[in-house]
Write a protein that binds this ligand. Structure first.
Ligand code: UGA
Length: 421
């Protein structure tokens, strides 16, 4: 959706195909079923000037288009590998309607070899190899800042075999870029791998930071100072060095899982990636352990959770650390109230066993501990004194280091963070 709205903002005419009739009707009215900063405004303004439109009919929508971006999901199957069902369905449909000279651009995150596979499906259905170009153009947008990222990309990766098709995809982007952006042109398989390698590396960097924070806690060193000094080295860089409850979301978990699967299916266990994945499960457990260190046995305890989405700026609950962490606390006998500024309705579906409240201070009522799981900036601005007064016991676990030990102490909390001393 961000890509479509962004391209139309560049001045291109974009038709989006949505199969779900309810979503389609909402989109036509400029409404989204999820929260993403600035996206609704972008859609509305481009709908108004008719550069952006929506359709339910794929075959009709692709007629006469120069490029067809495939952005379907590739969620993890039970095996942990990417489920390419939606991609194959689209490819089959396209293979009956696509015209020579049109370009298929795979924006979905797809395992190495998928573009080749798409070519084979097209060929099976009567299209000789090079008459329809298949390009990979992986996505590097972050949820929560996706619109900003779209207009300020760090790089654009284009993988393919046809020079004309690659030039055309470059042109689509160049038209709207107001600053120079490195464009990496490569083959399909390399573009596919760049996407996985990037996400797995980010997960590794966060996973390392989480482990470092745990060790800092044990040896009495402030992880924030360590991370700051590390980040000054350009070989390391300052980003993604914030310890947290474990990395989550709809991308990192599924991509590391597929990456590990890619190695395994070729007889190569990916030891680092497997370690990163396992350490992330341990990170979820370590948050529950922190709560237990403050309140003891969880049986019958009331825990208030601030933040349920997998990170701030989004209502997305997919792969949210809140799910395994709260799940474990419930299993251990705790009663949980949760609050999230954007994800209430998603959280009601994902966490039916907890009470979702409509205001932050309500999680504090009679609770034995407050647990901050998502780094919503407004949590920093809460009346922490008033929160403390509503609690049964003033315990606070801050898995995002939103507060400092000094501030927590001022309000009388027993406080555990992630490697802050
Ligand atoms: C990630 C990548 O960052 C994007 O570049 C990529 O385009 C996207 O996946 C995708 O494949 O579509 P996203 O899933 O939106 O983006 O989330 P991130 O910002 O990467 O955060 C992932 C998780 O790591 C979150 O749970 C976040 O809270 C956590 N995190 C991130 C930390 O715990 N510490 C950090 O310093 C950074």
């Amino acid at each position: 959706m961000v890509t479509a709205a962004g391209f139309s903002q560049f001045g291109h005419k974009v038709v989006c195909v949505e199969k779900d009739e309810r979503k389609l009707e909402a989109l036509k009215a400029g409404k989204l079923s999820f929260f993403e900063r600035d996206l609704e405004e972008l859609i509305k303004s481009n709908l108004q000037c008719s550069r952006l439109s929506f359709s339910i009919d794929l075959e009709e929508a692709v007629e006469g288009q120069q490029a067809i971006f495939v952005t379907v999901g590739t969620p993890p199957a039970e095996s942990g590998r990417a489920d390419l069902g939606a991609l194959h369905e689209v490819t089959e449909t396209l293979s009956h309607s696509i015209q020579n000279g049109q370009i298929i651009v795979l924006k979905s995150t797809v395992p190495v070899g998928t573009a080749q596979n798409v070519r084979e499906i097209l060929a099976r259905n009567g299209y000789r190899d090079r008459s329809v170009a298949v390009i990979n153009n992986p996505e590097f947008l972050r949820e929560g800042t996706a619109v900003y990222d779209f207009f300020h990309p760090q790089r654009i990766v284009i993988g393919g075999e046809s020079t004309e098709a690659i030039e055309f995809v470059k042109h689509i982007y160049r038209l709207g870029m107001t600053h120079p952006v490195p464009i990496v042109v490569t083959n399909n398989a390399t573009a596919e791998m760049i996407k996985y390698a990037s996400n797995v590396f980010l997960a590794t960097k966060i996973g390392f930071t989480n482990e470092l924070a745990g060790l800092c806690d044990l040896v009495g060193v402030n992880v924030l100072e360590v991370a700051h000094a590390m980040g000054l080295d350009p070989r390391i860089g300052p980003d993604f060095l914030n310890p947290g409850p474990g990395w989550g979301g709809s991308c990192l978990p599924k991509d590391i899982s597929e990456f590990i699967g890619m190695g395994e299916s070729r007889g190569m266990p990916l030891l680092i990636s497997k370690g990163v994945q396992e350490a992330n499960f341990r990170q979820f457990e370590s948050i529950v352990m922190r709560v237990k260190r403050l309140v003891g046995d969880l049986k019958g305890k009331q825990i208030g959770v601030l933040g349920l989405s997998f990170k701030s700026g989004t209502s997305d609950m997919r792969g949210s650390p809140a799910i395994p962490i709260i799940g474990q606390m419930i299993k251990d006998g705790a009663r949980v109230k949760g609050y999230d500024p954007a994800a209430s309705s998603e959280a009601k579906m994902a966490l039916p066993e907890i009470e979702i409240v409509s205001e932050a201070f309500k999680v504090a009522e009679n609770s034995d501990c407050i647990l901050i799981l998502t780094e919503w900036p407004e949590f920093q601005l809460l009346d922490w004194h008033g929160m403390a007064e509503r609690m049964l016991n003033r315990n606070l676990v801050d898995s995002r280091n939103l507060l400092s030990p000094e501030v927590a102490e001022q309000h009388g909390y027993r406080y555990l963070s992630m490697g802050q001393i």
